[in-house]
Design a protein around this ligand. Structure first.
Ligand code: NDP
Ligand code: HSE
Length: 432
């Protein structure tokens, strides 16, 4: 029998406990031994979490989990940096294996945790930290082990995808959609992490380390969230044949690694563009496997609990087979290629200029774009309000980000441009 102790009985903690209790028969049948939920520690053990927990399991004292010599695996589901990090390090020092869904902690302080675990010889499972129920960590560490990874593109924040989907199809305001996502248990305790793209950047940091063997590089991720996305841009994107998604991208180009999270327009007919609601998807392009796509629920109590229990089962099997460390944790990582600065990336772009409706304006704007080698693929101008500002939408061919930023500064200084230009990066086919 393998004993498990959980720290944190919130959304994911309760989903994990539910699976361990309600699916214990099937787990035992598949593993050939029992997984016993020995303890759950939370600050509040009075609140109804919707599952019946056997007597004596709940405690308010995390040390009863961390110091219990019978507990083999400690599952950290409290979130945040402190005291989560201290608890995990203490568990490791006490010889316990760890499972965590805490991407914020791993992306920023993961090296300390992985190093400590390697020193002591215990495992750290973190499948639930990226893309909820989707087993993408296993894919990156095991299934695609033979591939040089060319690119990873992910919709890896359920809250943002839920909000964008609501804004696209139901004309729901941003703030209302966020409230719904919070109620459904998708959002982080501080939802700024979701909507400002930081949670996606945490997850991307982990994926990039697995893909390219680079150190955890959260501080080098270029991050833009969705809080400034307007329904107008979603509607224009749709008219041009695109869906707007918060995309996390890491790829190798010119010997460097791109690390970026930002709203992105994707052709509507791409599979990944059809991923809506709280669902996530990760597209991985490997030199041997080619294109692969992984889809599923990216957030929520039981879907995330599924990934947590998957890790518990893996570690339990390794303990039973004397195979702890079978898949090494990413600690001996190379310094890897350098990280590419956002200014050096090449992309297609969507621009929305707020320009006066009068003759000659388009030629002024296109002249500046041309001076910076930005060539226009298509233009839409909506509504005629002579002498007033109207949206002028331009899609470009591939251009350098550095040039785009300089062109926008110049365009925004034109007296005929009435508001700051909006620009969104576009992935997909180049129009001829
Ligand atoms: P919740 O806030 O729902 O749950 C966290 C729980 O931990 C709360 O019950 C909290 O108690 C408890 N807690 C906080 N501090 C302590 C402590 N010192 N000792 C014991 N218990 C403590 O968060 P989630 O379940 O949503 O998230 C947990 C982790 O999983 C986070 O790292 C999150 O990023 C990650 N995650 C979440 C997903 C989701 O869909 N929600 C999906 C994937 C990962 P109290 O409420 O009283 O403070
Ligand atoms: N807040 C996260 C999300 C939870 O919305 O995707 C899953 O990691």
């Amino acid at each position: 029998m393998i004993n498990v102790g959980i720290l944190g009985f919130g959304t994911v903690g309760s989903g994990t406990a539910k699976i361990l209790l309600e699916n214990r028969d099937i787990l035992e049948e598949r593993l050939g031994f029992k997984i016993n939920l020995k303890r759950i520690a939370d600050l509040d053990i009075k609140r109804d979490r919707g599952i019946k927990i056997p007597k004596g399991v709940l405690t308010t004292d995390a040390n009863l989990v961390l110091n219990d010599p019978d507990i083999h695996i400690v599952v950290e589901l409290m979130g945040g940096i402190r005291p989560a990090k201290d608890f995990i390090l203490k568990a490791i020092m006490n010889g316990k294996h760890v499972v965590t869904a805490n991407k914020a902690l791993l992306a920023t302080e993961g090296t300390d945790i992985f190093d400590a675990a390697a020193r002591v010889g215990v495992e750290v499972g973190f499948e639930a930290a990226v893309a909820g129920a989707i087993p993408i960590i296993k894919v990156m560490r095991e299934s695609l082990v033979a591939n040089r990874i060319k690119a990873v593109y992910g919709i890896i924040n359920g809250t943002c995808n839920y909000i964008l989907t609501k804004m696209t199809y139901e004309d729901v305001e941003f703030a209302d959609a966020l409230k719904e996502a919070q109620k459904l248990g998708y959002a982080e305790a501080d939802p700024t992490l979701d909507i400002e793209g930081i949670d996606s950047a945490h997850k991307l940091t982990i994926l990039a380390t697995l893909a390219y063997g680079i150190p955890l590089s959260f501080n080098q991720v270029h991050v833009e969230g969705i809080s400034r996305i307007s329904s107008l841009d979603i509607a224009f994107a749709s008219e041009l044949g695109y869906k707007l998604k918060l995309l996390a991208i890491t790829k190798e180009s010119d010997g460097k690694i791109e690390l970026r999270v930002h709203p992105t327009m994707l052709p509507k007919d791409y599979l990944i563009a059809k991923v809506d609601g709280p669902f996530n998807a990760v597209y991985v392009d490997g030199d041997a496997a080619g294109s692969t796509l992984y889809y599923g629920r990216g957030a929520g109590s039981v879907p995330t609990g599924s990934a947590v229990v998957g890790d518990i089962a893996d570690i339990a099997r390794n303990i039973r087979m004397n195979a702890v460390g079978r898949v090494p944790i990413p600690t001996k990582i190379s310094s890897g290629a350098g990280i590419k600065k956002i200014d050096d990336i090449v992309s297609m772009y969507y621009f929305r200029f707020s320009a006066l409706d009068k003759p000659g304006v388009l030629s002024k704007i296109s002249g500046i774009l041309g001076n910076y080698n930005i060539s226009i693929a298509s233009v839409i101008q909506k509504g005629r309000k002579v002498g007033e500002a109207v949206p002028l939408v331009v899609l470009s061919h591939e251009a350098k980000e550095k040039d785009v930023r300089k062109a926008i500064v110049e365009i925004d200084r034109l007296p005929v441009v009435m508001d700051k230009t909006v620009f969104i990066r576009v992935e997909g086919r180049q129009e001829s």
